[in-house]
Design a protein around this ligand. Sequence first.
Ligand SMILES: Cc1cc2nc3c(=O)[nH]c(=O)nc-3n(C[C@H](O)[C@H](O)[C@H](O)COP(=O)(O)O)c2cc1C
Length: 79
Amino acid sequence: MGNLSIQAHYMDIYLHQMGGFSKEAMAKESNMPEEFEPVVAVAIGRMGDASFLDEPLKSRETAPRTRKELEEISFEGRF
Ligand SMILES: Cc1cc2nc3c(=O)[nH]c(=O)nc-3n(C[C@H](O)[C@H](O)[C@H](O)COP(=O)(O)O)c2cc1C
């Protein structure tokens, strides 16, 4: 998923990963072979125009993105 995300971004394509879906329904509706297990669903597409969205989606889409500080998700020098 990391590699796919980076390549898609490079090609101006956007991904939205989702873990909040029914794994059972996904497996059933897609006729997934039994040895596979649904883990994540991904919507893939080109960036649209947020002005066409209704609220609250418009506000969510246009809100500034925030990211955790690097120090919150990584560390160095502890062996
Ligand atoms: C494994 C994984 C599962 C995710 N599941 C959901 C989800 O079920 N619903 C959702 O709205 N966002 C989910 N996200 C977050 C979105 O994919 C996205 O990263 C987030 O909305 C931040 O968007 P932004 O990069 O445009 O700020 C998930 C992200 C990851 C990595």
